[in-house]
Design a protein around this ligand. Structure first.
Ligand SMILES: C[S@@+](CC[C@H](N)C(=O)[O-])C[C@H]1O[C@@H](n2cnc3c(N)ncnc32)[C@H](O)[C@@H]1O
Length: 199
């Protein structure tokens, strides 16, 4: 309940940036992570954790030697999460997602293996979407995976400009129901994930 209350409060302050009145469901969290290769992923990036519903599940699943960089622009969400999460593998960053490469360098890495994004892309300007997607494409390994949920297919065309393989799944077990984009820079990514035809 406290998470729901915090979410509603922050939503009324910054509607476009937060993008939802309630945190995502555990079902959506599981769908977001079901195709991630946690056995091999060592550098994981999460964008827009909010109250941390995906963060908690990533921490449960990530390899003991992996590191997780979590970018949250909202000050209240960031401070709550940074205070709550004590796992030394996790770096909570109060900054914007586009700065991902600066922070990768700070921990001694050039590239990430996986990016898990909850950013409300369709609320952003086309220019901001472009700059975020471009930063993620550059920050990912060639074999890297970009996972993004959205409440619509509005950003599909723009996401496809940056990722050659874009598979889309859907869950009704979230409020609102959500599409999950699983994207790879190359066509080889296709064999790693489950394609849903017809979306
Ligand atoms: C739809 S909420 C998702 C929260 C949570 N992951 C969930 O699913 O319940 C989007 C989050 O993205 C954050 N956000 C928006 N723009 C951002 C940016 N440029 N960089 C980092 N975080 C951002 C918001 O503050 C908010 O916490």
């Amino acid at each position: 309940m406290p998470n729901k209350r915090t979410f509603i409060q922050q939503f009324w302050k910054e509607k476009k940036m937060i993008g939802s009145m309630v945190p995502s469901s555990r079902f959506l969290a599981q769908k977001m992570l079901e195709n991630v290769d946690f056995e091999n992923a060592r550098i994981i990036v999460e964008l827009g954790p909010g109250t941390g519903v995906f963060t908690d599940l990533i921490i449960e699943k990530m390899h003991p030697d992996a590191q997780l960089l979590v970018f949250e622009l909202n000050e209240n969400f960031h401070h709550r999460l940074a205070h709550r999460i004590t796992d030394k593998r996790v770096h909570c960053i109060h900054d914007t997602a586009e700065k991902v490469q600066d922070y990768l360098k700070k921990i001694g890495h050039e590239k990430a293996d996986v990016v898990i994004s909850s950013l409300p892309l369709s609320n952003f300007s086309k220019e901001l979407r472009h700059s975020i997607l471009s930063a993620m494409e550059q920050a990912l390994q060639d074999t890297g995976q970009y996972i993004q949920f959205q409440y619509s297919l509005q950003s599909k065309k723009q996401i496809k400009q940056f990722f050659e393989t874009v598979n889309i799944d859907f869950t009704a077990l979230n409020f609102p129901p959500a599409f999950v984009y699983s994207c790879y820079k190359t066509a080889t990514g296709k064999k790693h994930s489950k394609a849903l035809n017809g979306i």
